[in-house]
Ligand binder design. Sequence first.
Ligand SMILES: [Zn+2]
Length: 165
Amino acid sequence: MRVVRSPNQDERPPGAAVSLAIIHCISLPPGEYGGDAIERLFTNRLDPAAHPYFRGIHGMRVSAHFLVRRDGELVQFVPPARRAWHAGASRWRGRSRCNDFSVGIELEGSEQAPFENAQYATLIELLRELALPQLAAHSDVAPGRKTDPGPYFEWDRLLAALAGG
Ligand SMILES: [Zn+2]
């Protein structure tokens, strides 16, 4: 695992038991893989002049705990004990502000294309280590606002692997 520290993090509220993993996907520019734009976004170093899409997002203060690159590389931006800024306005089983009690995992990818085998392998290993009791899509906790990780993410495959130990 590679560690890149994001400044976009803070303390979790006192007593907030971390119980949920939230799966996202991101690619920057959208649909393009392999560059450093995601890491730049999460560290407030995205150059608004580098791509037209970046102009609209470069000032966002966002992060995730983890990013799984296309080749399966795991990058940590925020330690799970702290709060990353990934879910936004959100709600899960009656609790709002999901950032307070979740770990955010971004898969480098698009809602229009399949994810890589290496990404599932890394994600499964990570989720086993985190051992959180609940798992959701960003689209589950922010319905109507977010649609990631999208229809190509294979939940059955993930859940079967996690159930199989
Ligand atoms: Zn998301």
